[in-house]
Design a protein around this ligand. Sequence first.
Ligand code: SAM
Length: 250
Amino acid sequence: RPGLTLVATPIGNLGDLAPRALAVLRAADAVLCEDTRVTAPLLARHGVSVSLLPLHEHNEDAATPRLLARMAAGEHLALVSDAGTPLMSDPGYRLVRAAIAAGHAVSAVPGANAAVMALTLSGLPPHPYLFHGFLPPREAARAAELGRLRAAERAGLSATLIFYEAPHRLAETLAAMARHLGPRPAAVARELTKRFEEVRRGTLEALAAHYAANPARGEIVLVVGPPAAEAEAGAAEAGLDERLRAALAA
Ligand code: SAM
C-alpha cells in the first residue's frame, strides 16, 4: 500500500537482515538510501533489484516534496540507512515528519540498532535511558553538552546515557565524561554483531585509562550508568576496600 516504510538493515552481521525487510525492499517502488554504494551491494547480495534514490543530510529537505508527491501518486517507498535503524543518528526524521503531516501511512520493519544492543549488554539499568547519539567533536562544545547533561541530572534526570563515538575520540571522551559527570560505571560496546565484538565494563576513569593505553578500533557505543549508580559504585568499591583490608589483616 502507498506510503513510507522504514527498514532496518544489519550493523555488521549480514545475517541480521530480517526476511520481512527483504520482502518490503523487493516490493517497494523505490528505496531511499544514504549511500547507494552501501545499499546496492546489500540488495544485490539478496537478488533484490529496485530503484535506489539517495536521501542524506544534504538533500533531505529538497527531496521531501518530490517524495511526498510520489506517495500521493500511490507509490510505496522504503527508507534504509547505511547500517541499523533509519533516523537513529541517521537521515529520515524530516521526511517521516512530513509524511505524517501529509497523512501518508508510515510503518517500519524493526531490526538492528547499535544503541539498544549496547544498552542490553552493558549491565547498566536498561530504563529509563537517554539516547544522545554523537557528542560534538570539538572539546569546548562537547564539554558544554556534558555540562548540560550534568545540570539536567542535578535537576532530577536519572537515566542511563547512550552515546555513539568515533574510535579515535573514545579515550578523550571517556576522560571528559569522568571529569564532567563524576565517577560512574560505564560500558564500551565495540564492533557489535561482528567478528571482534567486545563489551568492556568499568568506571569511566578506568575505561579512559584503558583506551588511552590501548587505542580502540572499529565502531563504538558508549553507555554510562545513571547518577544513582555513583552511590552503588562507591559502595561496591568501599566494600572491596574493606574486604581487601580484612584479607590483608588476616
Ligand atoms: N542507524 C544506526 C543504528 O541504528 O545503530 C547508527 C548509525 S550512526 C551514523 C553510526 C554509529 O553507530 C557508529 O559510529 C557507532 O557509534 C554506532 N554503531 C554502528 N554500528 C555499530 C556496531 N556494529 N558496533 C558498535 N557501534 C556501532
